[in-house]
Design a protein around this ligand. Structure first.
Ligand SMILES: Nc1nc2c(ncn2[C@@H]2O[C@H](COP(=O)(O)OP(=O)(O)O)[C@@H](O)[C@H]2O)c(=O)[nH]1
Ligand SMILES: [Mg+2]
Ligand SMILES: [Zn+2]
Length: 357
């Protein structure tokens, strides 16, 4: 039997699993999500899993259903090649973004992630504004963000870039790496610890798969097989898979993320832009919009060049995006509440009928 601790099982999950333990259940971690089924790691190896009718029936939101990274409850039937997921254990962290496109809905990119690498390549892809956006979502997820500047071999001003990034991400560790020359790879090895989950996030082409192949080493074949499979799979436009590394630790690839729109993040926004937030405290008016109010500390700082205009614009843009999302979500909550109520009353009347018959 395999040791689930290597896949991230710990006391937190064990505590929540207690209620199931006595009744012939076991736990498993979701490593891949297909259209109608999942692939999960169990003590007996990797198997396919489906959601139980009851779990699907009772789910109101997408977040009630399993996502990659989740610990789920399955019946212990080691001989079956397919298992049924009966419940999702509470998540320690959850990386959520707004689903791509105009629909207002959330998408869970991954759960139970310990560290999230925000990858930006040091060539064309480099953007401080994108880093700020990714940081808000990363802080919101509960995971610890690390900034990884990839393809350092293609840049001749790496130190300047690091300084620039430091300016928008105070207190966040920054590593410049190159899989081609090997620069920085030793530094990031520290994040791959047994049972720890690292998610790689970044635009397509920044080098996520290349880094995973490097980390997976002898397991390279496995990563490639998965990719081939992904190419053929008609339903999977986005690909997320949790990979157990030979040296310990798990890595989650998040391919197919073209845009990262915010879903949640008021407090995280304050955290990422704490320089601006601190200045705003010093404005004469408590509700200063930093537009035409007198004695505005933010505008003064902008005029004096103490804060960068690009950064301030970015702050305002993200703030607006969050406000817009909040309004949309209020409406959504109303609808969901109605749906939930309908569902609950239907379940109650079904139960009533069962009892009577
Ligand atoms: N020069 C250079 N190219 C890299 C490096 N890492 C990845 N690449 C290249 O960047 C391209 C995109 O890499 P890939 O791993 O597929 O990116 P992904 O879309 O984020 O998974 C590929 O052609 C890689 O060979 C690096 O450190 N240096
Ligand atoms: Mg890739
Ligand atoms: Zn002001």
């Amino acid at each position: 039997m395999r040791d689930l601790a290597a896949f991230g099982w710990n006391e937190f999950f064990a505590r929540h699993f207690k209620t199931y333990q006595a009744s012939g259940y076991t736990s498993a971690r979701v490593v891949l999500e297909h259209k109608n089924f999942f692939r999960v790691y169990t003590q007996y190896g990797e198997v396919l899993a489906e959601i139980s009718g009851k779990l699907r029936h009772e789910a109101v939101n997408r977040r009630d259903l399993p996502a990659v990274g989740d610990w789920v409850v399955i019946r212990s039937q080691p001989k079956d090649s397919r298992v049924v997921i009966h419940a999702v254990l509470p998540r320690r962290t959850s990386f959520v973004r707004k689903i791509a496109g105009s629909r207002t809905d959330e998408q869970i990119v991954g759960t139970n992630i310990d560290t999230v690498f925000l990858l930006t390549s040091l060539n064309q892809d480099f953007s401080l504004r994108r880093i700020e956006r990714y940081l808000v979502t990363a802080w919101e997820s509960g995971a610890n963000p690390i900034i990884v500047l990839s393809k350092s071999d293609l840049c001749d001003c790496v130190d300047e870039r690091i300084d620039d990034v430091q300016g928008v991400a105070p207190g966040v560790a920054i590593h410049a790496i190159s899989v081609v020359t090997g620069t920085g790879l030793d530094d990031i090895a520290q994040y791959f610890k047994r049972g720890h989950t690292v998610a790689l996030l970044g635009s397509s082409g920044v080098g996520k798969s290349t880094l995973i192949n490097h980390l997976a080493g002898d397991d390279q074949l496995k990563v490639q097989t998965v990719r081939e499979h992904d190419d053929r799979g008609k339903h999977t436009t986005t690909h997320r898979e949790l990979i157990l590394l030979p040296g310990g630790g798990l890595v989650l690839d998040t391919a197919g993320m073209r845009e990262l729109q915010l879903w949640d993040g008021d407090e995280s926004l304050q955290l990422v832009f704490d320089d601006i937030e601190a200045l705003a405290e010093e404005c004469f008016f408590g509700d200063c919009r930093h537009e035409d109010e007198p004695r505005c500390a933010v505008r003064n700082a902008l005029e004096a060049g103490a804060i960068d205009t690009g950064r301030y614009e970015s702050y305002k843009k993200l703030q607006k995006e969050l406000k817009y999302m909040a309004r949309k979500k209020d409406k959504l909550t109303e609808i969901v509440e109605k749906k939930k109520w309908k569902k609950l009353s239907r379940l109650a009347s079904e139960r009533g009928r069962l009892k009577r018959s």
